[in-house]
Write a protein that binds this ligand. Structure first.
Ligand code: DC
Length: 230
């Protein structure tokens, strides 16, 4: 039974992780949210005093060997751990979102996390979402999706998601953070967010979660017909 690699890239808060999680669950693949790893590296940087006025790159690089991120299943949910601590909730907080794009511009951080991501996907059967998955992490992925949605819709979705977790932030603040992150992510020197030539574009502005999952599953089944994949 052939297990493929699925790379999902796209803008902030456009539902990439929801789609990746849904596909992994349907196909019985591993799901990896690579953005969580950059958020984990940012929390590590925050806790170690690398982000005061500006980012202290020298200090962060001197500590990089101590950055130990891993995913563990906690009651059926894939959670990010920093050492032995479950940091899944904290990395979603606004103070981490505010600095993550900055930390993600650092080449040495990316080299370390990309190596770990490639190791996790070495045997295929993985759905990974992020910004550079189809371009850098898995350039040979059998299926590459580029997901996007309008800024207004993405802001509203992220606002509701934060609200659901009890995190209070104005929708204007949420939108400002998304626009800022998209700009940094798309214009940085190291592995910017790009739509690679062989990616299929999905604008899910008008689609429900179920509709986008069905759309993507059909793309998978174009590559591996259902009888050979399940
Ligand atoms: O997917 P997310 O919004 O949780 O990602 C958080 C940040 O991490 C995002 O602003 C850009 C960065 N990121 C990245 O540079 N490369 C990835 N593969 C995934 C995320």
């Amino acid at each position: 039974m052939k297990k493929i690699t699925i790379a999902i890239d796209g803008h902030s808060a456009c539902g990439k992780s929801t789609l990746a999680k849904g596909l992994a669950s349907k196909l019985n693949y591993v799901f990896i949210d690579s953005g969580a790893m950059y958020r984990g590296a940012s929390l590590f940087a925050l806790r170690n005093g690398c982000l005061n006025q500006d980012l202290d790159k020298t200090l962060l690089l001197s500590l990089l060997d101590q950055l130990n991120l891993s995913f563990k299943n906690v009651s059926g949910t894939n959670c990010l751990f920093l050492g032995a601590e479950n940091i899944e909730d904290e990395i979603r907080q606004p103070h981490v979102a505010a600095v993550v794009s900055k930390v993600a511009t650092i080449k040495e951080v990316r080299v370390k996390l990309v190596a770990q991501q490639q190791e996790m996907g070495a045997n295929g059967g993985i759905v990974m979402d992020g910004r550079d998955i189809g371009s850098v992490v898995f350039p040979n992925a059998e299926l590459k999706l580029f997901v996007t949605a309008s800024t207004a819709i993405r802001s509203e979705r992220r606002f509701l998601e934060l609200q659901g977790k009890g995190i209070k932030q104005d929708i204007e603040e949420v939108e400002k953070n998304l626009i800022e992150r998209d700009h940094i992510d798309s214009t940085r020197e190291e592995s910017p967010l790009i739509q690679v030539e062989d990616a299929i574009v999905l604008d899910n502005s008008e689609l429900s979660k179920e509709e986008q999952l069905e759309w993507a599953l059909n793309k998978v089944f174009d590559i591996i017909p259902p009888s050979s994949s399940i």
